[in-house]
Design a protein. Structure first.
Length: 166
């Protein structure tokens, strides 16, 4: 009977140790890395698509919203391009790092952009008659972009755009 109790106690203690060890596996100091993040020197390193001190926020979530946009320094210069308008940024279903920018460049078109863990914004070049490519940075509710457009019939321009989250 004593050996049965001893064996039961050892099994219970072993099971408890496994639970404690496995629950600490994703700990990073006092933080638990989420969404597949790993710990390196007490800092969570987030996988593509996630940001935050514990990888708790999808990168696209920080940019989602309505923006007031302004554009300047277009080459070739165009008075039409130096206006302001609203664009809306929405997430692409569960992608974690891709967003859709509607009414881009005040032209009623939509572009897809990637948002990485360093808050860089990269417009995914589209294939078709009207192409847009570019990159920029998200910082505290402001996106600054430099982009170029092209057309299958020729022409296009290069602009800087500022998007301020409303």
């Amino acid at each position: 009977m004593k050996s049965f109790i001893y064996i039961f106690f050892v099994i219970l203690l072993s099971a408890g140790s496994i639970v404690v060890v496995s629950s600490c596996k994703d700990k990073c100091g006092s933080t638990t890395c989420q969404n597949g993040g790993t710990c390196d020197n007490s800092v969570c390193v987030c996988p593509t698509g996630f940001t935050g001190n514990s990888c708790q926020t999808a990168s696209d979530a920080i940019t989602i919203g309505t923006y007031k946009c302004t554009q300047a320094n277009c080459v070739p210069a165009s008075s039409v391009r130096d206006t302001s308008w609203q664009s809306v940024i929405t997430a692409i279903a569960n992608n974690g790092y891709q967003v859709n920018i509607s009414n881009f460049d005040d032209n009623n078109i939509s572009v897809t952009a990637n948002v990485d863990t360093a808050d860089n914004v990269t417009i995914v070049p589209a294939v078709g008659t009207y192409g847009v490519s570019g990159n920029g940075k998200y910082n505290n509710g402001i996106i600054t972009l430099e982009f170029t457009t092209s057309s299958a019939i020729g022409g296009g321009y290069k602009c800087n755009m500022t998007m301020v989250k409303q």
